[in-house]
Design a protein around this ligand. Structure first.
Ligand code: NAP
Length: 326
């Protein structure tokens, strides 16, 4: 009998089709685990779950006695209760690395778009308002030779630093839990306390994972420390920022502008004040969303899933301690 698997959300078609040939895969476009009867029924006998963003908590796991592996199609895994998964000897995996350059491109694009007001000026041209000389009110702010402060100097943070240093001659400051000698050597990056970084950066880029320590990391106090001319870019997760404080900082001109790929509530509520602000550039959480990279992420997630189902070590296992417990 084929092993039962739940696939949901963004698993790319060729990968899903391949899994469907090998396993008894039930695919869900979206899941509400509280009320989705078909999902709960399949969950009882499923040995694997693959997809993006499902909240895998104690309650869900209590209903999945056969589960061997949860394979996230993302590098972030704040949707997974790792402690509970480990306790239950369930493997958890993510997709680091294959998306690093793509996310760094997105974040750098967002930074430039915000600084040079690209969406606003695109609208200005297309709405046929460009009928005379440009005025200073249309000008942007330089990116090259400015100071970028990167909070979270991991894989993606370093790929952003590479672009900033080698592509745009920027001065790179960074803050993370540990110092990164390679980044200091390769991108002339300087380690700072969070306060120093916030005070001295023209661009503040947030790209940490969402954890208990980073939830609400950037709020009122942090925006007050930033320059009034600072541009804030969030590519991490919406909950790393206290969004109401960001809105206030923009309204009171505590900071100049923001570029956001992530929000506290996704999709963003239509009445969110951020959507009314010209100095805010928004994206619908597309950091890794190119055709090439989405495929690579699905492929890696499927490799992880198959290894877990077959009792092997998945290439990017988050909780290796689970192996010792088996
Ligand atoms: P990574 O290599 O693990 O890097 C994370 C970095 O954050 C590390 O440098 C880590 O410091 C630092 N960090 C962790 N906790 C911190 C804290 N409390 N204070 C300061 N720094 C802290 O991960 P990655 O591959 O670069 O991905 C980072 C995150 O980006 C993901 O977890 C995800 O949330 C987000 N992401 C978003 C998108 C999108 O679509 N917008 C796409 C992909 C990823 P140490 O190295 O010192 O531990």
């Amino acid at each position: 009998m084929k092993k039962k698997v739940i696939a949901y959300g963004r698993v790319e078609k060729p990968v899903l089709e391949d899994l469907q040939r090998k396993y008894d895969v039930k695919f869900f476009k979206g899941i509400n685990p509280k009320i989705d009867e078909a999902f709960l029924e399949h969950l009882k006998e499923s040995e694997g779950i693959i997809g993006l963003d499902l909240e895998v908590d104690k309650k869900l796991l209590a209903q999945a006695p056969m589960l061997k592996i949860v394979s996230n199609v993302s590098v972030g895994y704040n949707n997974l209760d790792i402690e509970e998964l480990t306790k239950r000897k369930v493997m958890a995996t993510n997709t680091p690395g294959v998306l690093t350059d793509t996310v760094a491109d997105t974040i750098f694009g967002l930074l430039i778009a915000t600084a040079r007001r690209i969406p606003e000026l695109d609208y200005f041209v297309k709405s046929r308002k460009w009928n005379g000389e440009l005025e200073p009110k249309h000008y942007g702010i330089d990116v090259h030779h400015k100071t970028v402060g990167i909070i979270g100097m991991g894989r993606i943070g370093q790929a952003i630093a590479q672009r900033a240093h080698h592509g745009f001659n920027m001065n790179v400051l960074y803050h993370s839990r540990s110092k990164k000698p390679e980044a200091e050597k390769n991108f002339s990056a300087t380690y700072c306390s969070l306060n120093e970084l916030l005070t001295n950066s023209d661009y503040v880029v947030l790209i940490t994972p969402l954890t208990a320590q980073t939830r609400g990391l950037i709020g009122k106090r942090e925006f007050q420390l930033m320059k009034q001319s600072a541009i804030f870019i969030n590519g991490s997760r919406g909950d790393t920022v206290i969004e109401k404080d960001l809105i206030e900082a923009l309204q009171t001109q505590e900071i100049a502008a923001a570029g956001l790929d992530v929000f506290q509530q996704e999709p963003v509520a239509f009445d969110n004040p951020l959507l009314e602000m010209k100095n805010v550039v928004t994206l619908p959480h597309v950091g890794s969303s190119t055709h090439e990279t989405e495929l690579k992420m699905s492929q890696l997630a499927a490799k992880n899933l198959e290894a877990g189902l077959n009792g092997n070590i998945p290439p990017t296992l988050i909780n290796p301690i689970v192996l010792k417990r088996n």
